[in-house]
Design a protein around this ligand. Structure first.
Ligand code: IPE
Ligand code: IPE
Ligand code: MG
Length: 257
């Protein structure tokens, strides 16, 4: 089911009257597939690069909203492994945009207590950008308010294969026993490490698929598909997502209490 903004009005009405609405704990980890920059640009007859630029502005609104709502982990899907299929021109524009945000906008996030962690294969963006990303991670490593996982050149299947390889190599070196590999050990070997699994995965732009995002970690995530193009995403949309989540009933396979 894809929600649009008028549905949210109904949902907030329900949540304010539902006696069970308060039983849900607020989400600790929100993950977002930031989709729709291209369609936003095409609808306005402007270059795709402008859609991506406005997408960067939306990203900042999303981080502000996460901070405001006390979310501890925010994972943002910025570029997939499959996105390397796009034109050289679009990739160059995205790379410069990333560099621009890192150089000119990142300090503000640092001051707010955001810790940056990159997941994916950022080295594919070249040595210079990768070094700047690693510096930003290092600079913010002691920030505690919000951990921001930025997924760059990320693919969940590749992440899972990487974790399997790491574990096999530890077993081969005698640092880990085969019988000690369990779901928790496997989760810790993923790039999101010891972060809790996402409680919510949001995708904008009206598409209802995961596109190779957090396939292991999404096992019990609540999926929310928004009929909003990413550059139009607002802090109110973030609040509406949380409201929708708060009135869902997560059962994890059990019976409702
Ligand atoms: C998401 O927007 C940004 C990236 C994948 C880099 P898109 O560029 O996929 O936008 P649409 O799907 O073409 O509208
Ligand atoms: C998923 O969006 C990746 C990001 C938002 C970064 P895509 O636009 O690449 O996904 P598909 O191709 O529509 O599945
Ligand atoms: Mg897309």
């Amino acid at each position: 089911m894809i929600l649009n903004r008028s549905d949210f009005r109904t949902l907030s009405d329900i949540s304010s009257t539902s006696p069970e609405a308060s039983s849900q704990q607020p989400p600790r980890h929100v993950a977002v597939i930031m989709d729709g920059n291209g369609r936003w640009a095409r609808a306005r007859g402007v270059p795709i690069a402008q859609g991506h630029y406005e997408g960067g502005e939306a990203l900042q609104r999303c981080v502000s909203a996460a901070l405001e709502h006390g979310v501890e982990y925010l994972t943002l899907y910025a570029f997939s492994l499959e996105n390397w299929r796009r034109s050289g021109e679009e990739i160059e524009e995205l790379t410069s945009l990333l560099q621009f945000y890192l150089r000119h906008r990142f300090d503000a996030l640092d001051r707010e207590g955001v810790r940056l962690r990159i997941i994916g294969e950022p080295e594919r963006f070249g040595e210079e950008l990768c070094a700047e990303l690693r510096q930003a991670e290092e600079k913010t490593r002691n920030n505690k308010r919000l951990t921001l996982f930025l997924a760059l050149s990320y693919g969940a299947r590749a992440e899972i294969v990487g974790a399997a390889r790491d574990l096999v190599s530890k077993v081969q070196q005698g640092a880990l026993r085969l019988e000690d590999i369990n779901e928790d050990v496997f989760s810790s070997a993923l790039q999101t490490g010891d972060a809790p699994d996402p409680d919510i995965i949001v995708r904008t732009s009206g598409e209802s698929r995961l596109s190779n995002f957090l396939l292991w970690q999404s096992a019990y995530a609540e999926l929310i598909f928004l009929d909003v193009l990413w550059p139009d995403f607002s802090e109110a949309d973030f609040a509406a997502v949380l409201k929708d989540y708060m009135q869902r009933h997560r059962r994890f396979g059990g019976r409702p209490a």
